[in-house]
Design a protein around this ligand. Sequence first.
Ligand code: SF4
Ligand code: SF4
Length: 61
Amino acid sequence: MFFPRISPKKCKQCDECIHICPTKVFEKDEKETTVANPADCIGCESCIAVCPEDAITLEEI
Ligand code: SF4
Ligand code: SF4
């Protein structure tokens, strides 16, 4: 299983990860991009590749 995290300090709210994730792991709440559905992550690493701020890390658990 994979567990993606967003660094709040690095994230600039560009939403690229929301658009690229094939399993809709990320969502936007009132103020920030969040890892809303981490259990749906398949470890494809597309979000890491697309994030311009290097804000996403993927932990294998
Ligand atoms: S690794 Fe792939 S499935 Fe997991 S959150 Fe990133 S884009 Fe989504
Ligand atoms: S792609 Fe990176 S900077 Fe953009 S919203 Fe996602 S985590 Fe934040």
